[in-house]
Design a binder for this molecule. Structure first.
Ligand code: NAI
Ligand code: MG
Length: 503
């Protein structure tokens, strides 16, 4: 770290925190971080990824490029699975289920899952770098959240594989068969782990599809499965777009669908499986309330607000995107928030000092921009810190709105970007009413010094997860899932196992 007099924008780094826009007029002393780029030399990537079906790499007709959203450079090509490919994958999964996996003892299943976790652990750094390159998230997050949590899920569910009868005592249950899993682009490896680990522990076989912009870490996971000696066809990995996902959903031999993504696509999927016997779990959008009471430890709450909405550029289904501040402390909270925003470092996701990385795709940037413009048009007040964004890639400054009404689009719709809406309340009752005034119900946060307030409010808020005096904390043993249009079914914990068994 070097200290220097800031008179103009630095040439080496595109972003400085809290500085001027480089017009040469400001003479403010700022601490400047030296670049601290994570090495990419150790990673191994192919130029082109075929489909992973029945333990082999299978070619298809169409391929699409996956780019690094921070540089717009192509990283590799990935296969676009057709209906024929999906059928091939489902048949491979069915064969593996009938001939191998359903006959493998729970204790043996556990060994494979443990082995997968151990190999992932050995490759943790490579996974983190590739996740960051493919999706734009800061390396410090992929290293400390995505990868460790993903492998923790494999460890956790490996432990359950031979103890299912203790998990569900006095109940008759059986595995389901072939399960279809469709995941989004915000946490590719982690969402794959959430879905694959319990499915395998319960004795099912899998066909999983990655999202359009982030196919790479799932294919690295395929290499882990090969190294672990997982029998062919137990997990089949596909990439592609909505048509590939729809082919999985509609395949008659797929007995369960686990989906994480937008509420819009979730509804489409529910329509297509209506009238069939397919089981469903849906983890959809959110518009979480993060509630700060006047007796809260304010500096800690500020960190909770920052972590709640700017973590992973706000591409988080449970992001604390609606901030409810008790009126008496609004001024101080807004002042501290402005100050804290100035120190967020936006820029190269591979830099270890970066707090806010690249927006995942051009399309998502367009969506965020459109919603933010609607906020301005509707009369809300936008605050963004001064920072220069890199010329290439997709970026959005960490932002927040004040003067927000509950009816404004930015207070109702999922922005899925680094944009916070600040609202106020006077009494706990009003906070609860406002927090519940949404079509969603995935998560919420409460900040207060008083335990009794926490208990009262947690019970009254319609959300699957409510954090108190913290935010965005995850653990494989605790279930996660929504109310209302945020979906149904739970992932993680015992509840997550239940979704992969027939009772
Ligand atoms: P999306 O819901 O379209 O995509 C999620 C996954 O579903 C992808 O793998 C996609 O290929 C697949 N898919 C798309 N259409 C399908 C269909 N008809 N049948 C089966 N699978 C299908 O999400 P998208 O377009 O990437 O993002 C749009 C918005 O959705 C975001 O701006 C955000 O608001 C929200 N979103 C929410 C997520 C969450 O975790 N709650 C995750 C991703 C997006
Ligand atoms: Mg990509």
């Amino acid at each position: 770290m070097t200290f220097r007099e800031k008179t103009s924008a630095p040439a080496d780094r595109s972003i400085t925190s809290g500085g001027s826009r480089g017009n040469g007029t400001a003479k403010k002393a700022v601490w400047e971080y030296a670049p601290s780029a994570e090495s990419t030399e150790h990673i191994q990537l192919r130029d082109r990824y075929d489909l992973f079906i029945n333990g082999k790499w299978v070619k298809t007709r169409k391929y699409f490029p996956t780019i690094n959203p921070a540089t717009e450079e192509k990283i590799a090509e990935a296969a676009w699975a057709s209906k024929v490919d999906v059928n091939r994958a489902v048949l491979a999964a069915e064969k593996a289920y009938n001939n191998v996996w359903s006959k493998t003892s729970p204790k043996e299943r556990a060994k494979y899952i443990f082995r997968i976790a151990r190999i992932m652990q050995e490759k943790a750094r490579e996974f983190a770098v590739i996740e960051t390159m493919d999706g734009g998230k800061p390396i410090k997050e992929s290293k400390s959240v995505d990868v460790p949590l993903a492998l923790a899920h494999f460890f956790y569910y490996a432990g359950w594989a031979d103890k299912l009868k203790y998990a569900f005592p006095n109940q008759q249950f059986s595995s389901i068969g072939v399960v279809g899993q469709i995941i989004p682009w915000n946490f590719p490896l982690l969402m794959a782990a959430w879905k694959i680990a319990p499915a395998l522990a319960c004795g099912n076989t899998v066909v999983i599809k990655s999202a359009e912009t982030t196919p790479l870490t799932l294919y690295k996971l395929a290499e882990v499965f090969q190294e672990a000696g997982l029998p062919d066809g137990v997990v089949n990995i596909l990439s592609g777009a909505g048509d590939t996902g729809a082919a999985i959903v509609n395949h008659p031999k797929v007995k369960k669908i686990a989906f994480t993504g937008s509420t819009e696509v979730g509804k489409l999927i529910m329509r297509s499986v209506a009238g069939t016997s397919k089981k469903l779990t849906m983890e959809l959008g959110g518009k979480a309330a993060n509630i700060i009471m006047e007796d809260a430890p304010i500096d800690q709450a500020i960190e909770g607000i920052i972590n709640g909405i700017y973590f992973n550029q706000g591409h988080v289904c449970c992001a604390g995107s609606r901030l409810f501040v008790q009126e008496s402390i609004k001024q101080i909270v807004v002042k501290k928030l402005k100050h804290r925003l100035k120190s967020l470092r936006v820029g190269d996701p591979l830099d270890k000092n970066t707090d806010v990385g690249a927006i995942n795709s051009k399309m998502q940037l367009k969506k965020i921009t459109e919603l933010v413009n609607s906020g301005v048009d509707e009369g809300c007040t936008l605050y963004q810190p001064e920072c220069r964004l890199p010329d290439k890639g997709f970026w959005f400054k960490p932002s927040f709105f004040t003067n927000v009404a509950q009816s404004n689009r930015i207070a109702q719709e999922e922005i899925f970007g680094p944009v916070l809406s600040v609202l106020t309340f006077r009494t706990p009752k009003e906070a609860i009413e406002k927090a519940n005034n949404t079509q969603y119900g995935l998560s919420a946060g409460i900040w207060t010094d008083k335990g009794s307030k926490i208990f009262k409010m947690v019970g009254a808020i319609k959300a699957g997860v409510v954090w108190s005096n913290t935010y965005n904390k995850f653990n494989p043993a605790s279930p996660f899932g929504g109310y209302k249009e945020s979906g149904f079914g739970r992932e993680g914990g015992l509840q997550g196992l239940k979704e992969y068994l027939n009772f």
